[in-house]
Design a protein around this ligand. Structure first.
Ligand code: ATP
Length: 638
């Protein structure tokens, strides 16, 4: 991965912070830099005479941009790809070396158990491993987008993929189908059967919410609107009005849920009938319960498993793209099965000991299994009897379906689909369903599946109660802008709870360290952290207020942290969907929130991809002299 070198104030902070104890001369530092990045200096136009800096806040997009222009200028692709990979390893060592000067207590990358323990020997420098969807985070490059599967595949290959789908083999059929859908959508004929049978007398509305079945569209009940015009995430329908078992209802009551959310109301009757469903609903509106509850009903209705059955079937398989999300879904499932003592939920995720999972799978009931793709594949390949148990799957759920069907995960997902029976029910849920996902969902869904879109046509995919703005600042000002934004927010709101998204594990780590040095209450999560640490920090952040979580995209999707007051995205999100999911960590369950996207001038092109979202141009905060002094405190020059 490429780097760009120029002098940045925040790097003065970074490096002096790392090098506080070092009295090495600038030429020695430069030597070190030259040794570690020999070829980089070649691309640096006369920069040896200038101050050198590593653009830590440079996003993956910027890196790619920079890399491609550089590559086209000088370097044969093969050679540069190789050396870039090596760079990452070298950089890791280099930063660790620096780190040990001032941060002796902890290592820069505590990734020793951050991956498949069954892939022992996979160390942080094992960067030549081909990149793929990385829910399990074991194969992250330090500067790879830490997204759980996007990264390069979402970038370079993503375009290729788009072309394949537009022009390639699938093109013809897909376009015909989407044409048909849009025609149907315009016709807007309703043939909806849903809670109308349960709530007699209520008519479907022609309101832009659509359910499509067999090429027909139907209106759904509208969400209620609050006085300020924002849509309520709750419907008018109570859980006890629908056909779920009394024991599930009891658990729902204990969980504090009374009325269904809009997506639950729209999908439950259809799923309970056994249909395949692709559902789209805004972030934080209860999609997890929407797919878990009817899945549990399938288990309830299945014949009980005898105790001596050697390989009891897994009946429901839920796939989530990240470990945090899988753990969260399994916790939600455990809440819902509270009064079903014979039903067991288990979770299999990377970064934990596979042997332990194997023992648990053997010893305890597991009709519902929640998994990340990588670890699930490991079990399919390595756990005795596991493949046989998967042949019992009746319901397959892909949470964050668009992400799982994206290039980064697709191969794993195809293998998993091949390992479960063809005769099953499949449920795909996400807050974003880009057109290309509509075109490829037949990989998982039956032809006559229903597409249930609870986002009103013409309305945004984000929440109106979340105030969105973007700031454009030169890259060398990003850190001071970020720090000022955080400081102001902390001063304004005693109950502050902030997520700062960075594009790579490395940047996440460094930003968290720097903010910590500046005495902000900060935690960090990224794929280079051990799973035990990730789980601990995630739990802490879920329960806390007065905390800032600096994170890579491992927290972008699905993670349900209540009452997040502000989401700051530093640098380009991978795409519009990623922007929406990151932003969706605030404004959950109808609460208010704020989102800020911080871009460098040359990243502004991204704004055109989100132009249909209500994002306004914000004013850069004034960086007060005190902040400037703090950020510039450490003189730094290579
Ligand atoms: N019927 C309900 N009433 C009240 N709260 C609910 C209900 N159903 C779910 N919730 C709560 O709403 C919150 C958000 O749910 P969930 O995490 O499933 O959202 P989501 O739509 O999957 O979000 P994302 O798109 O970010 O993954 C959770 O705290 C969940 O417990």
């Amino acid at each position: 991965m490429p780097f760009k070198f120029f002098s940045l104030p925040h790097l003065r902070l970074l490096n002096s912070s790392f090098m506080k104890t070092s009295s090495a001369s600038s030429s020695r530092k430069k030597d070190l830099f030259t040794r570690v990045f020999p070829h980089k200096l070649k691309y640096q136009s006369s920069s040896s005479s200038k101050k050198l800096g590593l653009s830590i806040l440079m996003t993956a997009g910027q890196s790619q941009l920079h890399y491609s222009s550089r590559a086209s200028r000088n370097v044969s692709e093969g050679r540069s790809a190789k050396s870039l990979i090596e760079d990452e390893a070298e950089l890791s060592d280099w930063v660790s070396e620096l780190k040990s000067d001032s941060f002796k207590k902890s290592r820069l990358y505590s990734d020793s158990d951050d991956g498949h323990d069954d892939r022992r020997g996979c160390k942080s420098y094992d960067l030549k491993r081909k990149r793929k969807g990385d829910s399990d985070g074991y194969n992250k490059g330090l500067f790879d987008r830490d997204s759980g599967g996007k990264g390069r595949s979402g970038g370079e290959f993503g375009n290729r993929r788009d072309n394949v789908f537009k022009n390639g083999r699938f093109g013809g059929e897909s376009e015909r189908r989407s044409d048909r859908f849009s025609r149907d959508l315009n016709r807007g004929k309703g043939n909806r059967e849903s809670f109308d049978s349960l709530r007699k007398g209520r008519k479907p509305y022609d309101n832009g919410l659509v359910s499509k079945r067999g090429g027909k569209s139907a209106a759904l009940n509208p969400p209620r609107t609050s006085p300020d015009g924002s849509e309520s995430y709750l419907s008018e329908t109570r859980f006890d009005q629908c056909a779920v078992s009394p024991l599930s209802l009891k658990a729902i009551k204990d969980a504090g849920y009374e009325k269904m959310t809009v997506v639950q109301e729209a999908t439950l009757p259809v799923i309970l009938k056994g249909k395949d469903v692709l559902a789209k609903a805004r972030t934080g509106t209860g999609k997890t319960v929407a797919f878990l509850l009817p899945s549990i009903e399938v288990v309830v209705k299945s014949p009980p498993v005898s105790r001596d059955q050697k390989r009891p079937p897994i009946l429901v398989l839920v796939i989530c793209p990240t470990r945090e999300l899988a753990s969260q879904a399994s916790m939600e499932a455990n809440k819902l099965i509270k009064y079903h003592p014979s039903i067991g939920v288990q979770v299999v995720i990377g970064g934990t000991r596979i042997g332990l999972e194997q023992k648990k799978l053997q010893a305890r009931p597991c009709q519902i299994l929640v998994a990340t793709p990588g670890r699930l594949k490991d079990h399919i390949e390595n756990t005795a009897g596991f493949a046989t148990r998967l042949m019992g799957v009746k319901v397959l759920v892909l949470d964050e379906a668009d992400h799982l069907l994206d290039m980064g995960f697709r191969k794993d997902i195809e293998k998993i689909i091949a390992a479960v029976p063809k005769q099953r029910q499949t449920l795909l849920f996400s807050a974003t369903v880009p057109p290309e996902v509509r075109q490829i969902c037949h990989v998982a869904l039956k032809r006559d599946h229903e597409y249930i879109n609870t986002v009103r046509e013409g309305s945004e995919e984000t929440h109106t109660q979340v105030q969105q703005s973007h700031l454009v600042a030169p890259l060398d000002k990003h850190f001071s802008v970020l720090y000022t934004l955080l400081k102001d927010h902390v001063a304004d709101d005693v109950d502050y709870k902030v997520l700062v998204f960075c594009t790579t594990a490395m940047v996440t780590k460094l930003v968290a360290d720097l903010l910590g040095e500046l005495k902000l209450n900060v935690r960090e999560i990224h794929s280079r952290k051990p799973q035990s640490y990730r789980t601990r920090v995630s739990d802490e952040f879920r329960k806390s207020k007065g905390l800032i979580l600096v994170t890579s995209d491992v927290s972008a999707r699905g993670v349900d942290y209540p009452d997040v007051t502000l989401v700051i995205q530093v640098g380009l999100p991978a795409d519009k969907a990623q922007y929406i999911h990151r932003l969706g960590r605030t404004g959950r369950k109808g609460k208010e929130g704020q989102g800020i996207l911080l871009l460098a001038p040359w990243e502004q092109f991204f704004l055109s991809t989100i132009k249909d979202l209500p994002i306004s141009k914000g004013n850069l905060p004034l960086v007060d002299p005190d902040t400037k002094k703090k950020v510039d405190f450490f003189p730094f020059s290579f």
